[in-house]
Write a protein that binds this ligand. Structure first.
Ligand SMILES: [Zn+2]
Ligand SMILES: [Zn+2]
Length: 170
């Protein structure tokens, strides 16, 4: 059904048996806000609560789903921020031991030798690898890459490194 048509139909009341389908389209395509729909329907004495009950229940359910999702998100963020606070305290008070013995760029992965660059996330790099392939001085390129492209495991800089390496081969 054409959206424009459904609006016209709603303003010029449709027979009650057409209403569920009409409301379905309005809800699905978000043509009108629920308040406006109710306003419009209450001004039409032709309809009963029964005609709009399903629409109203669906709208309320969708709203409550959104609220639930947002509550879940907010508690997730609260937990994350608690964890970060703990990590910060740990970083401030405990010594850090950097244990990696190899360059964290997968394309390099050679034993670390000085000069090296270490990050608190325990990723360490050859200084020359870091300078050549990192996009930003201040953050670990692996962790930053994972944050920006969670579904793309290989960092673009690493991919470039890999390609450069293999392009040398005849
Ligand atoms: Zn390296
Ligand atoms: Zn890292």
């Amino acid at each position: 059904m054409c959206p424009r048509l459904s609006l016209d139909v709603l303003w010029a009341p449709a027979p009650p048996h057409c209403l569920p389908e009409l409301l379905n389209v309005i809800a699905k395509d978000k043509l009108l806000s629920p308040i406006l729909v109710i306003d419009c329907l209450t001004s039409t004495p032709k309809y009963t609560l029964g005609d709009v009950r399903k629409y109203l229940t669906d709208v309320l359910k969708a709203e409550s789903d959104v609220i639930t999702r947002e509550q879940q998100l907010s508690s997730k963020y609260r937990e994350e921020s608690e964890r970060m606070k703990e990590q910060t305290t740990a970083l401030q008070n405990n010594p850090i031991v950097f244990q990696s013995s190899r360059c964290a760029f997968r394309a390099c992965n050679k034993p670390l030798e000085l000069p090296t660059v270490h990050f608190f996330c325990q990723h360490s790099f050859h200084q020359y690898c870091f300078q050549t392939y990192s996009e930003c001085e201040a953050e670990c390129p692996l962790c930053a890459g994972a944050r920006r492209r969670p579904d793309e495991p290989q960092h673009t800089a690493e991919a470039l490194h890999h390609r450069l390496h293999h392009d040398h081969d005849p």
